[in-house]
Design a protein around this ligand. Structure first.
Ligand SMILES: *Cc1c(COP(=O)(O)O)cnc(C)c1O
Length: 389
């Protein structure tokens, strides 16, 4: 049976040709394509600097380093995300402090942030869940009042817009991921965009072992071979091969976004009437990027909702529809329970959301026939269980 996944990449002959071109050149790893790709994304976001990494996770780790985090520091974030968000804080020895979601946006509840701020707080790390751009104007007000950095996890939100301003421009640092299920792909890859030159320099330092090659910045200079290591960095470099793919993909971003919006509109059209499913919110101030199309199983005539969601998940999988659940809230993972002492009941909105949530297939090459089949199976299940739609 051919599986319809919840998300996947779109690669065409042009992408392939661009990658092959690099393979015939002298540069395989950090070369001209890396900078071109960084410049393209920075320009799109309306910021001066972009630093590309070999994954979104390493990009986030570098952002936490650039923010100067260390043991004793705290970062306020949201549990409804992929584990990498909170893990990036832990890598530095700092502590992620979770705040529940706002059930009307599925992003961090901005009203609760101030209660979590204390003298150890250094940054706020919101997530644009599913591609819904968090209300950064409001969030920044809180951050500025307390002198905190805003680092936005926009892994879901490349191309999202707030009040005419692209995601990537307003936070101190914004992270994008180029994993194959995300909007554009480099296989693995990520990027931080920022308007701050000092942060950009730290990001680059961290990306390559903390090594300095600019004689003007070195403590000594023994000769042309010479470089110095100034801090403990990593090898988080992305390759020219990957960035050639990224650049070629980036040219298609707008058509990808339009197609995602079309698919979202079609889902709403087909399923918006049924009371059994809640459709995802759209911001009234801008554009949703629809990395995922997230629905909630609302109520059910038989059994409890989380059981109904599990049955629906299994039913759709048995029909070749690879729906997914995003996410088990981070604070419920065994590692977090053990090491941060978090527990079930800590963040009721995120936990309720998790018990109801399903991500339906959403990617540019999803055909209308395939989408109709998904809707047909879904509505069939609901009709069968509830006796009506
Ligand atoms: C994908 C993702 C990441 C990590 O990106 P990778 O490129 O897979 O390392 C971080 N945060 C969120 C919300 C993501 O969806």
């Amino acid at each position: 049976m051919k599986i319809i996944p919840y998300g996947k990449q779109f690669i065409d002959e042009e992408d392939i040709a661009e990658v092959v071109k690099v393979l015939r050149c002298d540069w395989l790893t950090t070369g001209p394509r890396v900078e071109e790709f960084e410049d393209a994304v920075a320009h799109y976001c309306g910021v001066k600097f972009a630093v590309a990494f070999n994954s979104g996770t390493s990009a986030l780790h570098a952002a936490m380093y650039a923010a100067g985090l260390g043991p004793g520091d705290e970062v306020i974030t949201c549990p409804l995300t992929f584990v990498a968000t909170a893990n990036s804080v832990l890598y530095t020895g700092a502590k992620p402090v979770f705040t529940d979601i706002d059930p009307t946006t599925y992003c961090i509840d901005i009203n609760q942030i101030e209660d979590k701020i204390n003298s150890r707080t250094k940054a706020i790390l919101p997530i644009d869940y599913a591609g819904y751009p968090v209300d950064l104007a409001r969030l920044r007000e809180v951050a500025e009042r307390h002198g905190l950095l805003v680092i936005e996890d926009a892994a879901h939100a490349l191309g999202a817009v707030r009040n005419g301003i692209p995601v990537g421009k307003e936070a101190d640092m914004t992270m994008f991921s180029f994993h194959p299920v995300k909007h554009i792909t480099t296989g693995e890859g990520g990027m931080i965009v920022t308007g701050d030159e000092e942060l950009a320099n730290k990001l680059r330092l961290f990306r390559s072992h903390g090594i300095v090659r600019d004689p003007a910045k070195m403590e000594a200079f023994d000769g042309g071979w010479y470089y110095e290591m100034h801090d403990l960095g990593h090898n988080y470099r992305i390759t020219d091969i990957q960035c050639a793919l990224g650049l070629s993909q980036f040219k298609k971003l707008n058509s990808f976004l339009n197609r995602r919006q079309e698919i979202a509109d079609r889902y709403r059209e087909a399923m918006g009437q049924t009371d059994w499913l809640a459709m995802p919110p759209e911001p009234d101030y801008g554009r949703h990027a629809y990395h995922i199309f997230s629905v909630l199983v609302q109520f059910f005539t038989e059994g409890n909702i989380s059981e109904a969601r599990k049955n629906l998940f299994d039913y759709l999988h048995s029909r070749g529809i690879g729906v997914q659940v995003h996410y088990l809230p981070v604070h419920l993972h065994p590692y977090y329970r053990k090491n941060l002492g978090t527990k079930s009941g800590d963040f009721p909105h995120a936990e309720k959301f998790y018990s109801q949530q399903l991500s339906l297939p959403m990617y540019p090459s999803l055909s209308s026939d395939e989408q109709d089949y998904v809707v047909h199976c879904l509505l069939n299940f609901l009709l069968d269980r509830n006796g009506k739609l």
